[in-house]
Each structure stands twice: as C-alpha cells, then as structure tokens.
Design a protein around this ligand. Structure first.
Ligand SMILES: [Zn+2]
Length: 174
C-alpha cells in the first residue's frame, strides 16, 4: 500500500510495531501487508470469524438495529493461525478478516435505523473519505492492531475506542 511508504506520519505510527514486522520479515507496514496477503492471513468474510480461542465473533455483533452487518468492517484476531518465519520457525499468528458486507465495501452504515453513507456521518472517523480511502483506512486500522500500533478495541462497549482508532488512521495516514 503506497500510503504506508510515502506518508511519514503514517510510517511513524506503524514503526511502533517494528518488532512485530521484523518477526514476519517485513521492514514496513506495506511489506507486512503483502506477506499477510500472500500467507492467507488477510481474509474476507461475510459471516463469522474465529477469535482464536473456541469462540466465534460475529460481524453483526455491533450493529445498531440488530439486523445489518454493515457496521463492523473488520476484525483482527490473535493466535488464530500459523506462520513460518523467514528463519523457518513456525509461530502462532493473528489474522485480519474484513467484512465484505460492511461499509468497507458497500460504503453504508446503519445509523438510527437507516442506511447512511459512512463518509457523510459527522462526526465520523471516516468523514469525507471516498470509498477507496475508506477501504484503505479499514485495512490500515486492522494492520495497526496486528502490529500493536493501535490499542485493542474489540470488547463490548468499545465502539468509541474503535472510532478513535479509525480517527487516528485518518488523521495520520490520509
Ligand atoms: Zn479496531
């Protein structure tokens, strides 16, 4: 992803995860993303994803109206896969799963029972972004979790923190 290589503030944010990136043989967030993609650790789903234990996390779990699946764009789960490092060691790894039914791909969120363009909701972590930027920001958000550059925000009641993390990505990388 070009933005990771050209935006200095964004690079600085992801530099917090340099040790993790090194483990995967990546020098940059961009390099890590390519490695995760090639290793099957960047996934696309419309249903449920494993949280790496014995439970499953539903992409529908955070919706406001209880029916739409559009409001949870992605999940980074820890210890949910295996990766063989460049040194030949098999390690437990996280995975990033993007929700293909979500605003990341369709551009709409459920708000007060209505479907609304995510870029037009204010205040919004994705405010003013076009669809391509929204997709890129969502991937960067999850990559930020993966390398530990952003705090975890997946527990119930943490949607505010999730928005704050997305806001950090928007301000820092766009
Ligand atoms: Zn998050």
């Amino acid at each position: 992803m070009r933005i990771l290589g050209t935006d200095q503030d964004c690079q600085k944010l992801f530099a917090k995860g340099q040790a993790v990136m090194n483990t995967y043989g990546a020098n940059t967030g961009s390099g890590l993303l390519s490695i995760l993609d090639a290793s099957g650790l960047l996934r696309y789903s419309s249903g449920f994803v494993t949280n790496g234990k014995t439970e499953w996390v539903s992409f529908a779990s955070r919706t406001l109206d209880g029916t739409s699946k559009t409001n949870l764009g992605g999940v980074t789960t820890y210890a949910s896969g295996n990766f063989v490092t460049p040194g030949g060691t098999s390690i437990s790894t996280g995975t990033i799963t993007l929700n293909v039914d979500s605003f990341v791909f369709i551009g709409l969120v459920s708000s007060n029972g209505r479907m609304t363009a995510v870029g037009s909701i204010a205040p919004s972590a994705f405010g003013g972004m076009n669809q391509t930027q929204i997709m890129a920001a969502a991937i960067l958000h999850e990559l930020g979790h993966f390398v530990g550059a952003l705090p975890s925000d997946g527990a119930p009641g943490q949607s505010g923190l999730s928005n704050a993390n997305s806001e950090t990505i928007r301000r820092t990388c766009f």
